[in-house]
Design a protein around this ligand. Structure first.
Ligand code: FPP
Length: 225
């Protein structure tokens, strides 16, 4: 029997380098990156064995970037969520953000709420965008929420997290081999795949090749077979 990657998570790295290699501003790479988000989400929505797709769109550390780039990313996100409503609804895709949204502008939070409410009844793929997300921050927020509820367990902490589902397959584009504070708890037994491909050039063909390889891996979860 082969593994199914029910929950795929992706660190979408390399937008800036891709743009710069073309003599363009980094924002051009983010713009192209957003198109790849749509392509990969639609592919996953069309494959019923993939139930969840979690994408690292903005980390708790990304605020350190130049102000103009941060502002561009906020606007791009807002525009994407507004424009892609039709993609979500026609693909039966439910949207659910993870991360601490309290820091975002009122208008961005409204757009996030709108798309979350509009897709709440969708029964296909669950697409999560990690927004102002950090794995450590998520665990600390969960621990604080449980502060008065006695001894913690793996189950109780897991249920208090933004993302309550283990990751099966975690992919990072852009050539680096690290988790960068993404889904630290949920990736405990994920299979990790790293590719040098920059996110704007990541394709359905490459995702299919990774999934094919994933299906051949023996996952033991600490057991013997
Ligand atoms: C990393 O590339 C990418 C990000 C920090 C942002 C990810 C954003 C997108 C894929 C586009 C917007 C997403 C949505 C959902 C609208 P980088 O900028 O670190 O690239 P580099 O490593 O080449 O500098």
């Amino acid at each position: 029997m082969s593994n199914q990657p029910c929950h795929i998570a992706i660190i979408m790295d390399g937008n800036g380098r891709w743009a710069e290699s073309k003599g363009e501003n980094r924002t051009f790479g983010h713009e192209r990156g957003a198109e790849v988000v749509r392509t990969i989400t639609t592919y996953c929505a069309n494959h019923s064995d993939i139930h969840r797709l979690t994408l690292y769109a903005f980390s708790t550390e990304n605020w350190k970037r130049p102000k103009l780039e941060v502002e561009f990313l906020m606007k791009l996100l807002e525009r994407y969520l507004k424009n892609e409503k039709i993609t979500y609804l026609s693909g039966n895709i439910r949207f659910e953000p993870i991360g601490d949204l309290s820091i975002f502008s009122k208008s961005l939070r409204k757009v996030i709420d709108d798309i979350q409410n509009a897709t709440a009844a969708c029964t296909g793929l669950l697409q999560s965008l990690a927004l102002n997300y950090g794995g450590r921050d998520e665990i600390v927020r969960a621990a604080n929420a449980l502060r008065d509820s006695g001894a913690l367990t793996v189950e109780s902490v897991g249920k208090a997290l933004d993302c309550q589902h283990d990751v099966d397959l975690l992919i990072r584009t852009g050539g680096d081999h690290r988790l960068s504070n993404f889904l630290l708890w949920q990736a405990a037994y994920a299979e990790l795949f790293f590719t040098n491909t920059l996110w704007p050039e990541f394709s359905v063909d490459e995702l299919e090749a990774i999934i094919k390889k994933f299906k051949t891996v023996e996952r033991r979860f600490g057991g013997l077979n």
